[in-house]
Design a protein around this ligand. Structure first.
Ligand code: ADP
Ligand code: SF4
Length: 678
């Protein structure tokens, strides 16, 4: 590593965790990668990159201790047998290769597991309905079940030690089995495992002691505890029973990893619903009750905020899942006084969506996330250029910015032309919506890094025509002119175009400034189902308009179930008294009447409005590209990002990055995939 920045020296102190010593205070807390046991090489490479980037402790994702807790088809790990030991040893090795400690999050989901792969009955403290949609009941564990369960944890801990891990978890968070025993919501037992705090913590105490016995003195034992379930007094609260629990277990684990549960969405709240450091009020009591080190999270990306956590005695370790995904090299950049280069997480939760969709992780800010093994991409290194070609990138949105930056890093002469004065493209508009201000970091980071490279020239207020491009004379032209919100109402449900009248009553998100200074009755029709429709509803309602939100889906912003935001979004619109009309599809508009039809009953319904705002999808803004394809020599013009295929910002950034990585490279192979042994 390069020079050392004394201002943040405390972040780089070593810290003892039981028998182990962490090289610094940066702790990558467990986070899902969507990969799980099906992708051991890709998982190992991902965690190895985190260690290389300076995270002193790097943890795995949830790792099942026994087939009675399987989360198929989601990406989870397992330590059920010796095959699993061999597979996970690769991850421990990859982390150790950079001098970091490897932690494994042993997990049993109880009635919150899936068990669709193993078809084992679900387990629970007192008998419960399965948490997920399948119509299954979870049996109430008897004494023999509890004894078995303790043995599974012990055996898995011994396997974790064999696989080379330094820190082994006891995991009482996120509504999983040990938390189900702790919480009065789900533990209604009348034996020695239910009732009083002492009884409800009994299993956890046994798990910690037996895990320790299993790993001998070779590993530290971490306790991950949800200090507030956010269920009010029905459950564990940070100013109620959590204090008693921490009180009785205070010195038992070697490390406390504390957070807010029940559902994962409360812990990894998106920026739309939480600020950096949002868990502090919940977890700050823990350090006062134990001498053991404490780690907590809060989407920390600012080193000053991290220092303040240490100085004020809130945390000993700066825990991070998302900030380590957006920038695996965050610790190294702080260490070297390059904190201005941190690629800050924007809090969009696209990474969470990967787990919920059971696909490999991806990240809006870091296009290399999840691609470390399968494409061989490194977040900080990129191959030097293979040719002396100069490149003109047209459009300074996420795709164009990332493409120009990555091509510049390869050493190419790059010109970036943007029609507007401000760079950023679509994120300029999206970051103005309520709760989405941090999305501007997609632009800010790239604009800042481009500014450091003398081989990238940026031309603002330069709307390029095909003649301009021909005259410019670049060897290759990349068109990243983005997308346009549709006016024909084609969306996820509406497959055919509607012949809507040419009317200034029908707007798209491009036109919202026309509503400024008016007080209107607005119907927002959301057949896009992601962030923009509901965020516009929130904004316009707050501005004093009468807002009705209509969608053919049964819930508001339905895809945000994947980003763990849907419940929060719908609650917010309801709290604001936005009228919701769900399961209704747009059919047409006549005068001030917008006509909808119920997708279930077929019944029609008219809504009167001053304005119908269509948020249904986008089409490529590719007229310049199509023009250039005819004018320029074959193979010298490419379209990327929304101009090629409209999608969310993460895909635009990815497209820009991929183009730069693959430019002038020999035809890259298809994705590497991990295959089952033949
Ligand atoms: P993406 O998400 O693919 O990056 P955006 O819509 O965010 O797409 O960005 C496209 C950018 O391209 C916008 O900033 C827009 O102003 C710019 N742009 C569109 N047409 C031209 C043009 N002819 N010349 C220069 N810039 C353009
Ligand atoms: Fe942060 Fe979004 Fe990346 Fe997740 S996907 S790490 S929330 S920027």
């Amino acid at each position: 590593m390069g020079m050392f920045n004394p201002r943040y020296a405390r972040l780089f102190e070593t810290v003892r965790i039981g028998p182990k010593t962490a090289p610094n205070r940066f702790y990558q807390t467990p986070h899902a990668s969507g990969m799980g046991w099906r992708a051991p090489k890709a998982s190992a490479a991902l965690r190895g990159i985190k260690a290389e980037g300076g995270w002193g402790v790097v943890a795995t994702e949830y790792c099942s201790i026994h087939p009675s807790s399987d989360d198929f088809p989601f990406g989870y790990l397992s330590l059920w047998d010796e095959d699993d030991v061999r597979a996970l040893a690769k991850t421990a090795e990859a982390i150790h290769a950079h001098g970091s400690l490897a932690a494994v999050e042993l997990w049993h989901g109880g009635f919150h597991a899936n068990n669709r792969l193993t078809r084992e009955p679900l387990l629970s403290p007192s008998g419960q309905r399965a948490k997920f949609i399948q119509p299954m009941g979870a049996r109430a564990m008897d004494k023999a079940d509890i004894a078995e369960f303790r043995r599974w944890q012990k055996d898995a801990a011994a396997r974790a030690r064999k696989a080379g891990f330094d820190i082994v978890y006891v995991y009482a968070g996120h509504d999983y089995l040990p938390l189900q025993f702790l919480s009065p919501r789900t533990n209604r037992r009348s034996d020695e495992y239910g009732g009083s705090i002492e009884n409800r913590t009994r299993l956890l105490r046994e798990m910690i002691e037996e895990t320790r016995a299993a790993v001998k003195d070779d590993c530290a034992v971490a306790l991950r505890l949800a200090v507030d379930e956010l269920h009010g007094p029905k459950g564990i609260t940070h100013d109620g029973e959590a204090r008693d629990i921490v009180g009785v277990l205070a010195e038992l684990p070697d490390l406390w990893d504390v957070n807010v549960a029940g559902a994962l969405g409360n812990d990894s709240k998106s920026a739309r619903f939480s600020e950096e450091g949002f868990q502090e009020d919940y977890v700050s009591f823990v350090k006062k009750m134990t001498t053991k080190p404490v780690v907590g999270v809060g989407r920390f990306t600012s080193p000053d905020m991290m220092m303040s956590q240490l100085r004020r005695g809130i945390l000993d370790f700066i825990g991070a899942a998302r900030p380590s995904i957006a920038d695996p090299f965050l610790p190294q950049k702080i260490r070297e006084g390059r904190e201005d280069e941190i690629r800050e997480c924007i809090g969009c939760n696209i990474c969470r969506a990967a787990n919920n969709e059971s696909i490999p992780i991806r990240c809006t800010q870091n296009p290399t996330m999840g691609e470390e093994w399968r494409r061989g991409w490194h977040p900080e290194k990129i191959a030097p250029k293979r040719s002396e070609k100069s490149i003109l990138v047209i459009g300074g949105g996420p795709a164009g910015l990332e493409c120009a930056l990555a091509l510049g890093r390869r050493g190419h002469q790059v010109a970036l032309a943007e029609a507007r004065r401000e760079l950023g493209g679509r994120v300029l508009a999206e970051a103005r919506l309520p709760g989405l201000a941090s999305w501007i970091r997609v632009r800010d980071h790239r604009e800042h890094m481009i500014g450091k490279l003398s081989n990238i020239a940026v031309y603002r207020e330069s709307r390029m025509t095909a003649e301009d491009v021909e005259g410019f004379g670049a060897d290759h032209v990349v068109v990243a002119t983005g997308g346009i919100w549709r006016r024909d109402a084609i969306g996820a449900f509406g497959e055919e175009p509607l012949s809507l009248p040419e009317s200034d009553k029908i707007l798209t998100p491009h036109d919202i400034e026309r509503l400024a200074g008016t007080a209107q009755s607005i119907v927002i029709y959301d057949d896009d189902h992601y962030a923009v429709g509901s965020a516009l509803a929130e904004m316009l309602k707050r501005q004093g308009h009468k807002v009705t939100y209509v969608t053919p889906a049964p819930v508001v912003s339905s895809w945000t179930q994947m980003t763990d935001e849907q419940g929060f979004i719908q609650s917010r619109l309801m709290a604001l008294d936005v009228e919701l009309v769900l399961s209704h599809q747009l059919k047409g508009m006549a005068g001030d009447q917008a006509r909808f039809v119920c997708v279930y009953s077929g019944r029609e319904r008219d809504l009167t409005c001053d304005t119908l705002l269509l948020v249904t999808g986008r089409v490529p803004d590719d007229s310049l590209y199509r023009d250039l394809v005819h004018r320029l020599p074959q193979g010298t013009v490419s379209a990327i990002g929304d101009c090629h295929a409209p999608s969310h910002i993460a895909d635009a950034v990815f497209a820009g990055h991929r183009f730069a990585r693959e430019f002038d490279e020999p035809r890259s192979e298809l994705l590497r995939r991990e295959r089952p042994e033949p």
